[in-house]
Design a protein around this ligand. Structure first.
Ligand code: IYR
Length: 229
């Protein structure tokens, strides 16, 4: 059955207003940096919820919304995640990353130690639904007899939602680290997620530590990233 369609519009802005808004948004995003040292101060969880709501407004393939955002504030759970992440990262730095990769990370000063997984007041773990499990209008019976449905472009969809989330948190005044310990399968185990959910991104969230520093890197200028045809 086709969805009913309803009228839709967005404000038609004067071009100068568009310019001002676009430039202000670009400026705001230019001040976002990945942070690896956090204050212990707790963050307002309702603010985090509002940012997750914003993220969940992202477009998704066939509107399947194939994501779950797990908010971890419990100290024991954060510790379990840190220990499991460090075990994987230790192996990555020692064996899995090739020389070119290690050389690329060296100026950033990262290593296998992930203290921020405990000091950050909250971790948001984003899970991608490889397929859908909720009974719903799309469900079909699988060979195992469970009712499931396919998702489409779930990687792209969840990636877009994560971009919305990182932008929303920065806009609200919270710092994040875009962290992808590899492999991330331990997160589904530690957080007891169902079979169809695959860890996609681990986002420590909080306020930057007082002595927080970030590497003095530059973003590419517009001319280096935009081509007009
Ligand atoms: N996941 C590893 C390695 C790492 C990879 C990239 I690409 C970075 O920009 C930073 C780190 C880690 O978290 O250390």
């Amino acid at each position: 059955m086709p969805y009913p369609f309803r009228p839709y519009s967005i404000p038609r802005r004067a071009e100068d207003e568009m310019r001002a808004r676009a430039a202000a948004f670009a400026d705001e995003l230019a001040s976002r940096r990945s942070v690896r040292a956090f204050r212990a101060d707790p963050i307002p969880l309702d603010v985090l919820d509002a940012c997750i709501l914003a993220a969940s407004r992202a477009p998704s393939g066939a509107n399947r919304q194939p994501w779950t955002f797990v908010v971890v504030t419990d100290a024991a759970a954060k510790r379990a995640i840190r220990l499991a992440a460090e075990e994987e990262e230790r192996k990555s730095y020692a064996e899995r990353m090739d020389d070119e990769w290690l050389a690329a990370l060296e100026p950033l000063g990262t290593n296998w130690e992930k203290p921020f997984l405990e000091t950050a007041p909250a971790l948001v773990v984003v899970f991608r639904h490889a397929y859908g499990c909720e009974p719903g209008p799309w469900s079909v019976s699988s060979s195992k007899g469970e009712r499931t449905y396919q998702n489409y472009y779930s990687q792209e969809s969840v990636g877009i939602a994560c971009g919305f989330l990182i932008a929303a948190l920065h806009h609200a005044g919270l710092a994040t680290l875009t962290h992808t310990p590899s492999p991330m399968s331990f997160l589904a185990r530690v957080l007891q997620r169902p079979e169809n959910e695959k860890a996609f991104l681990l986002l420590p969230v909080g306020y930057p530590a007082e002595d927080c520093t970030v590497p003095a890197i530059e973003r590419k200028p517009l001319d280096a990233v935009r081509v007009r045809v």
